[in-house]
Design a binder for this molecule. Structure first.
Ligand SMILES: NC(=O)c1ccc[n+]([C@@H]2O[C@H](COP(=O)([O-])OP(=O)(O)OC[C@H]3O[C@@H](n4cnc5c(N)ncnc54)[C@H](O)[C@@H]3O)[C@@H](O)[C@H]2O)c1
Length: 455
């Protein structure tokens, strides 16, 4: 099939390369010339395991092409995916202006009918809006045909995106057009050969499904973080509780790991967008408000622990392992590391940090601190520890799971490890002379509860 993907970010690139890998001819478009030039050389502008190999193979095979010319790239496409950004607007709502701009350009330039697929995460009603923009342009140009718009939200996880796309749990198709459904089913068939994992529904339900999925996962994380906070007060180890509840099949083990909060380009923005959708109908959403508030609070957990353990942080040197919002990506959007770095740098601490992929993005965000040497981004995790007053683990990259703890103890000035992802065993750490502070894992005898006077 002849496909065009508009937007060469995390979602667009993965979509384009995976469809090309299945034998389709795919053109991929972006407005960034720098990004397109790099891609034409076979260089991935993002860090995503496996993506560069897929780009190179499919470029060489002639199945994949990159361009900045939307009209040219779409001229023969049967299916056009829109995978541009939908960032938060100032009020928290999803800004769909990039989608509308693409739809408008397609309406003005397409000379044949196409199936236009909204892959970006966008509020309920966006696919209908894209349909009206396209219809309006067709009427203006007095053409006889109509484009068909499908909502096909993406559920990939950064860091495992290729695998997720190649073996999806499900493919959601929002359309009531039988022909568009047939074409989309055919396109996805190679990815779902074992089982029929294609769910067809209305466009609005498909859009809502994406938001409901992300906000539910965020809710699980904030829930366990709240339980972890209470565990800290009660002298209970939340890891024991996690295993205790996760073994219940109705609950399961996914997304119930206590930590220093979720970040990334999706959960925070999608919760804000959902709240704004509800606000338009004057509908309160107390659960989602609390999920968001708990997460904001949780992101301050590493700083609160550092202050509790070390007192005044001014003039201290802190080591950080992990800056990306999660392992396997260079993405730092809304990452917990930003909350900690903002506070430490503003408060006069020095930071020595290591991340396998996200250092360049952090350097771009804090150019002054890097220039002045207040923030050092190192190539070696152990070099970050030299003379530091504590190590703070923020991202659970695999290489941090079993570090050389003897070296950690040797290099740190103060043997303190703030474990923001509960990666380490408190007993092992204690046996090595390291003070370990985990999320919801302070199993010291409980403090007396605050008793209220009974009248
Ligand atoms: N990143 C994820 O893990 C993920 C997962 C599922 C869904 N999503 C959703 O998918 C969408 C895209 O996310 P992303 O992370 O890939 O975004 P991104 O910011 O990484 O990429 C968007 C790309 O679109 C390009 N672009 C913008 N306007 C354009 C135009 N008019 N023509 C051509 N290119 C244009 C930008 O230059 C950029 O390269 C968002 O709605 C997001 O919420 C993201």
């Amino acid at each position: 099939m002849q496909i065009t993907v508009i937007g060469c970010g995390y979602v667009g690139l993965v979509t384009a390369t995976c469809f090309a890998e299945m034998g389709n001819r795919v053109s991929c478009v972006d407005t960034s010339t720098q990004r397109i030039n790099a891609l034409q050389r076979g260089e991935a502008p993002i860090f995503e395991p496996g993506i560069e190999a897929l780009i190179t193979t499919n470029l060489r095979a002639g199945r994949l092409a990159f361009s900045t010319d939307t009209a040219g790239a779409c001229s023969r496409a049967e299916v056009i995916f829109i995978a541009v950004g939908t960032p938060s607007a100032a009020d928290g709502s999803a800004d769909i202006s990039q989608i509308v701009a693409v739809a408008s350009e397609l309406g003005r330039t397409l000379d044949q009918p196409a199936i236009v697929v909204c892959k970006s995460t966008a509020p309920v009603g966006t696919a209908c809006r894209v349909q009206s923009v396209l219809d309006h342009q067709c009427q203006r140009r007095q053409v006889a045909w109509q484009h068909r718009v499908v909502s096909n939200p993406e559920f990939l996880k950064e860091g495992a995106a290729i695998d997720d796309f190649m073996r999806p749990d499900r493919v959601v198709l929002g359309t009531d057009d039988a022909d568009a459904e047939r074409v989309m089913r055919a396109l996805y068939e190679p990815f779902v050969r074992n089982h029929d994992r294609i769910l067809c529904m209305s466009r609005r339900a498909a859009e809502m499904t994406k938001y409901a999925a992300n906000t539910f996962l965020a809710t699980r994380i904030s829930f366990i973080n709240e339980i972890a906070s209470l565990c800290e007060q009660l002298g209970v180890d939340v890891e024991e509780v996690r295993k205790g509840i996760g073994s219940d099949q109705r609950i399961g083990h996914h997304f119930i790991y206590a930590g220093c909060g979720y970040g990334g380009s999706c959960f925070p923005k999608d919760i804000r967008a959902m709240l704004q959708m509800a606000a338009q109908y004057d509908m309160p959403m107390p659960i989602l408000h609390s999920v968001e508030a708990r997460n904001q609070q949780q992101k301050t957990w590493p700083l609160r622990m550092l202050k509790r353990e070390l007192g005044n942080l001014h003039g201290r040197t802190l080591a950080i392992w992990g800056l990306a919002f999660k392992p396997g990506t260079d993405d730092i959007r809304d990452a917990p590391s930003l909350v900690l770095l903002d506070a430490l740098l503003a408060g006069g601490s020095s930071v020595q940090a290591f991340d396998p992929a996200a250092s360049d993005n952090i350097a771009q965000r804090y150019p002054e601190a890097v220039k002045e040497g207040q923030l050092k981004l190192l190539q070696d995790p152990y070099a970050a520890l030299n003379n530091a007053d504590a190590l703070v683990l923020l991202t659970e990259w695999k290489q941090f799971r079993q570090p050389d703890f003897h070296l950690v103890a040797q290099r740190l000035r103060t043997p303190l490890v703030i474990d923001g992802r509960n990666q380490y065993d408190p007993q092992t750490m204690a046996s090595l002379g390291l003070r370990h502070v985990g999320v919801g894992r302070q199993v010291a005898p409980p403090a007396a509860p605050v008793l209220r006077e009974v009248v």
